[in-house]
Design a protein around this ligand. Structure first.
Ligand SMILES: C=CC1=C(C)c2cc3[nH]c(cc4nc(cc5[nH]c(cc1n2)c(C)c5CCC(=O)O)C(CCC(=O)O)=C4C)c(C)c3C=C
Ligand SMILES: [Fe+2]
Ligand SMILES: [Fe+2]
Length: 369
């Protein structure tokens, strides 16, 4: 048996740590050709669509992909930037900034980022970290609320690769941080800044990505975690009861998803005479197709078209300092006493030197230079 790290593992590298940010993934280009493989991988994941493979593959390849690839490509084209897909741009920026923040806290860690679907794949990034001597890996999915369709599949994928490594990582996973004070503070800070600039709306809508309702009935805690996040944010800001509500967006397929749905709720609010709605998506840590197109463009039209007077979309946390600080705090807490620190770097380097000598003496072929 040949393990996939057999060509990358070397002896005598200083032990290193890394934080791996994992996000959902995004197509490489806003075209139907790029959407097809991305959607096929995403919607072909049995954690995402829980329909028996034989049946689902017929529907996916026969009906969904031919239509959706084209439709979604047009939507992506409407939000694409000169730097690429917003989700990718924000995720990369978060990783770069987080590395600096962790360094300031005395940690000696790399920060890598990977996508569950598309590129850079978890496989590619893990092998790269392996080759560079990363030993301890803290996996931080960029989903504050745990769901089987997002967090669990990212964990599955890391574990699938771990099975293929001769020299495995020492792993820690962050399951969720939907109620972590640093995350709640970052959300509250984002909203406070918005209200200071624009005043208070008649209604604040906090819209989360939906999931099929049956996953809640089967025990997925996602719904409860979304509600808790929203309640804690409202409490932190002292929002009056009735001035805010939670909705769920991005429904896919015909089955019932978590309710209330975002778009029909906006229509109802407009019909009831609510003049100004501000909409925030606390579960999305980066702006992406689902916020920039579905909410900032489409939902706005829905609300205004139904008679609403003013609709303000509030940007996600993206690269806001409070958010990067929260990511640093969450990483530091989960990696306490475990993630390597700058202070012991020299000792680790010296130790690696001794290991190299012994490996050479034992005739090991691959030794770090
Ligand atoms: C059965 C289908 C889907 C489930 C379940 C689902 C859960 C889920 N998704 C996110 C976050 C994001 N989803 C995004 C895009 C997206 N989601 C689905 C379907 C399901 N999501 C599709 C088909 C797509 C692709 C676009 C489209 O064709 O509509 C994105 C944006 C990606 C981007 O490139 O910008 C995010 C982010 C969560 C958090 C979640 C469950 C909790
Ligand atoms: Fe989604
Ligand atoms: Fe959508």
């Amino acid at each position: 048996m040949r393990f996939i790290d057999d060509t990358t593992t070397v002896h005598g590298q200083p032990a290193r740590s890394a934080v791996l940010l994992v996000n959902l993934g995004t197509p490489a280009a806003p075209t139907a050709a790029a959407l097809r493989p991305y959607l096929a991988q995403f919607l072909g994941d049995p954690r995402v669509v829980e329909i028996p493979k034989a049946v689902w593959n017929l529907i996916l390849y026969g009906v969904i992909l031919p239509i959706r690839a084209k439709k979604s490509a047009a939507k992506y084209a409407s939000i694409w930037t000169t730097e690429g897909s917003p989700l990718r741009v924000h995720t990369e920026r978060q990783a770069t900034l987080l590395r600096g923040w962790l360094g300031e806290r005395g940690l000696d860690v790399e920060v890598a980022w990977a996508m569950r679907y598309g590129e850079p794949s978890i496989e590619k990034v893990l092998l790269d970290l392996r080759a560079r001597g990363v030993e301890r890996l803290l996996v931080l999915p960029l989903y504050p609320q745990y769901s089987a369709s997002t967090t669990a599949t990212a964990v599955d994928e890391v574990c699938r690769l771990q099975q293929k490594l001769r020299n495995q990582f020492e792993l820690r996973f962050i399951k969720h941080y939907h109620d972590h004070p640093a995350y709640i503070d970052a959300l509250a800070g984002r909203l406070r800044a918005h209200f200071e600039q624009h005043g208070q709306p008649d209604r604040l809508v906090m819209s989360f990505h939906g999931v099929p309702k049956r996953t809640l009935l089967k025990g997925d805690p996602y719904h409860c975690e979304c509600l808790k996040t929203a309640r804690l944010v409202a409490e932190r800001l002292g929002l009056a009861k009735g001035s805010w509500l939670v909705t769920f967006q991005s429904r896919f397929g015909k089955a019932e998803w978590l309710q209330p749905y975002t778009a029909p709720t906006l229509e109802r609010l407009a019909r009831e005479g609510v003049g100004r709605v501000d909409l925030f998506c606390p579960g999305f840590t980066s702006d992406c197709l689902e916020t920039l197109e579905e909410i900032a463009l489409e939902a706005r039209q829905t609300f205004l078209g139904a008679g609403g007077r003013e609709f303000n979309y509030i940007d996600c946390l993206n690269d806001r300092p409070e958010w990067i600080d929260a990511l640093a705090t969450i990483s530091e807490e989960h990696g306490a006493g475990w993630l390597h620190r700058r202070a012991d770097r020299a000792a680790r380097d010296a130790e690696a030197g001794r290991t190299r000598e012994l490996a050479r003496a034992a005739g090991a072929e691959r030794v770090a230079d």
